[in-house]
Design a protein around this ligand. Sequence first.
Ligand SMILES: C[S@@+](CC[C@H](N)C(=O)[O-])C[C@H]1O[C@@H](n2cnc3c(N)ncnc32)[C@H](O)[C@@H]1O
Length: 412
Amino acid sequence: MSKLRVVELFAGVGGFRLGLDNTRQEMFDTVWGNQWEPSKKVQHAFDCYNERFKSGVKSNEDIAKVSDKELQDTQADVIVGGFPCQDYSVARSLNGELGIVGKKGVLFWEIVRVIQNTIPKFILLENVDRLLKSPSKQRGRDFAVMLSTINELGYEAEWRVINAADYGNAQRRRRVFIFAYRKNINYANSMSNNNAEDMLYNRGFFARAFPVESRPYKERVSSTELSGDIVQVSDKFTFKFFNSGIMRDGKITTIDTIPIFEKPTPLKDILESEIDEKYILDDQKFEKFKYLRGGKKIERVSKDGYKYTYSEGGMSDVDSLDLPGRTMLTSEGTVNRSTHIIEEKGFRRFITPVEAERLNGFPDNWTNTMPDRARYFCMGNALVVPLITRMGNEIENIEKVFPDNLSQIELF
Ligand SMILES: C[S@@+](CC[C@H](N)C(=O)[O-])C[C@H]1O[C@@H](n2cnc3c(N)ncnc32)[C@H](O)[C@@H]1O
């Protein structure tokens, strides 16, 4: 079976690529990867990506500046990428492929451009779970604009919010994954007879890779249909998306599904046996973190001069070693309440960069091409690699069970 040509967007240090390289049938070949950290002279993530992966084109340019021709030349079968949650609202335009204009600088529209230039079979995207609820004044609009666009481009899509720890990993990291496949492929045709609930509980992409119970959480099942006019969706649509869903021909079904939990990996299982003393906190520094992590109520004054009380709940002084880690942020390792602090062998300390890599399932020292601060930052941006391997295995199953012949694809 021929390999699937992959384009990796917003590649960071290559979490998607690494995950796909580890699949059972090694069917993925990442032929083009793009990573560019805006307004940074030193490109730590790209340099690491370039060092770790030897084949394919590695592009270190603002994705918005990459030409259509370069994208077409990739002949991508699969597009993958994790991208920021931004404002996806659109206005009408008189020209342009979709007849709409999104806000400038919104990277989702760059993904759309890549899709238009390559027409891949499969698309796999990752985002923060807030995407399903954004913006706060028109809940669900951004995700609906995204689904409408995917529909307009000729794709069906499934999504699932996955907490990595629920499926055996060492980090409580919750992200939404979106899997889209072209409407005219054999897989889409073969699945068209399965109703949406059956797809979300049993037969769909995420249900197969990440099993769930065959009942909703608190009866949370709902459906809706997208207007064919994306501008109208952008202006008016509001809806509560649950953690799982499917969109086919603009028809949406969403369910709050319950994972069939797998034993999580506790923090103590991923600790290094020997660490440098620079990661150990003295009493003074520990007290500072203790204060930051404690509950507090602080009087503040807003920009308009109103007095209000800012309050935040308390956290334990140190992270439990018997639980998976909390979500790593890009601020990991800085003086910040979300930085992990652990206590072992009588010492209180930061997690090491290698432990940060292990929380995401990267190989040890993957990011040792850069200084510590940048290593934590890149891990805060990255994803949990074994999740991608499971998704990659599922794409390989689809390729094996529902092969396409060329003429079908050319029909598009
Ligand atoms: C959420 S991170 C993705 C991390 C990646 N999945 C990983 O495993 O490391 C998004 C990445 O997009 C990059 N980025 C932001 N704006 C970009 C642009 N205009 N062009 C290309 N890359 C960009 C950032 O530097 C960042 O590394």
